[in-house]
Design a binder for this molecule. Structure first.
Ligand code: NAD
Ligand code: MG
Length: 393
């Protein structure tokens, strides 16, 4: 039995993870669950999975949750609160594997703590990796932690890598990664209509059902930009070795191009339980609950080059990794603030890349060699992004 901690249990990835582990109660024991403030969902999860400890980051919600547990069959669950408790539960002795499924920079410290503690880290929280880059990969290498990608594309790439491949190591026989993207809901929308799209339209992804922030990122293709940086770090490749490919059907989840001309692709239905089950069962396999792929329903598969005029966020991501240092941290932080402002109806969809670019223009790509420097750059970029938003509105 392996002990599992799920950071961000109440989100889209967290719920899918519990669905998968619920199918394998003899292999995984849920030790810890965390939520930001959704205690109603957390309560149901606690009833079904009986963790030892939970974190409700919001303190008043945590107090309310303790009240709710009182007198129930699950009254013995320990309830912690505050952001520092996330790292505490992610590094418990009883925890072998940590699903990093918090959205955004809030996931960095507990995910890094899990990596430093040598846990098996199942990484969905791409923002944590993008903002901390080499520092995160060094922590993994030094502690001997196992880092397994959950992002469907990176999990696909990992599955297409040579047998025994470990993340972070170079794969000399693989020359290129073909990173697929659906192109999101606005791939074919006339360009002049882009400034008018609403948050509701942006979060309605054609193929995947996901949290709001990643859905907006998919619509701007910043998601692919973050994933390109994620792929460079996870697979020890240069940005020019990552080719983004628009593949609207989302049947192929990415490909690896080898030096002999072989191209390996991983296929499946767009269901996150597939990469989650792959990582949880690794190096074995077990059932995920996903429907088998009906190949006859796949009438056609299209592949296009991305249009950087339509998707400036992708260009900005290449610029950020090219500049190096703290620039990916700035890209990520400015994007988080801009996406939040778009979701709150404060800025237009097309303002998102404008805000991010202004923050990047105003920043020098200084060193990201220490955690303090990264956290400082993250905070500064958030301030800059808010200033840029205020100037626009
Ligand atoms: P979501 O919004 O559905 O869930 C986010 C989770 O994080 C929730 O449990 C929430 O309580 C928690 N959270 C949010 N803010 C927090 C904070 N400040 N402190 C502590 N906890 C906080 O998001 P999601 O779609 O599940 O995505 C989670 C991560 O996985 C993201 O980084 C996303 O990019 C990545 N990812 C998601 C998918 C997907 O299909 N949903 C696919 C690939 C990668
Ligand atoms: Mg993805």
């Amino acid at each position: 039995m392996k002990g599992l901690c799920i950071l961000g249990a109440t989100g889209s990835i967290g719920v899918s993870t519990l669905d998968v582990v619920g199918r394998h109660p003899n292999l995984y024991k849920v030790v810890a669950l965390t939520a930001n403030h959704n205690i109603a969902a957390l309560f149901e999860q606690c009833l079904a999975h009986r963790p030892q400890v939970v974190v409700v980051v919001n303190e008043s919600k945590a107090a309310e949750f303790k009240q709710q547990l009182h007198g129930t069959a699950i009254a013995d669950i320990r309830v912690l609160s505050g952001p520092a408790a996330l790292a505490e539960v992610a590094t418990l002795d009883e925890v072998d594997s940590v699903m990093a499924a918090i959205v955004g920079a809030a996931g960095l410290l507990p995910t890094l703590a899990a990596a430093k503690a040598g846990k098996t880290v199942l990484l969905a929280n791409k923002e944590a990796l993008v903002m901390s880059g080499d520092l995160f990969m060094q922590a993994v290498a030094e502690s001997g932690a196992q880092l397994l990608p959950i992002d469907s594309e990176h999990n696909a790439i990992f599955q297409c890598m040579p047998a025994g491949y470990q993340t972070g190591k170079p794969a000399t026989t693989a020359r290129r990664i073909l990173l697929t993207a659906s192109g999101g809901p606005f791939r074919c929308l006339p360009l002049e209509q882009l400034p008018l799209v609403t948050p509701a339209q942006a979060v309605a992804h054609p193929n995947w059902d996901m949290g709001k922030k990643i859905s907006v990122d998919s619509a701007t293709m910043m998601n692919k930009g973050l994933e390109m940086i994620e792929a460079c770090l996870l697979f020890n490749m240069k940005p020019e070795q990552i080719q983004v490919v628009i593949h609207p059907q989302s049947v192929i989840h990415s490909m690896v191009d080898y030096i002999d001309g072989t191209v390996l692709a991983q296929m499946g239905n767009p269901d996150m339980r597939i990469p989650i089950a792959h990582a949880l069962a690794s190096p074995d396999r077990f059932e995920s609950g996903a429907e088998p792929l009906n190949i006859f329903n796949v009438r056609q598969m299209d592949f296009e080059e991305p249009d950087l005029q339509r998707f400036p966020c992708l260009r900005l991501a290449y610029r950020a990794i090219g500049a190096g240092g703290i620039m990916p941290t700035v890209l990520n932080a400015a994007n988080e603030i801009a996406v939040e402002a778009f979701l709150n109806d404060t800025i237009r969809f097309t303002d998102i890349p404008i805000i991010i670019e202004r923050c990047m223009d105003a920043t020098q790509p200084t060193s990201a060699s220490h955690l303090e420097l990264i956290l400082q750059a993250d905070q500064q970029a958030r301030v800059l992004a808010k200033q840029a938003i205020a100037l626009l509105t």
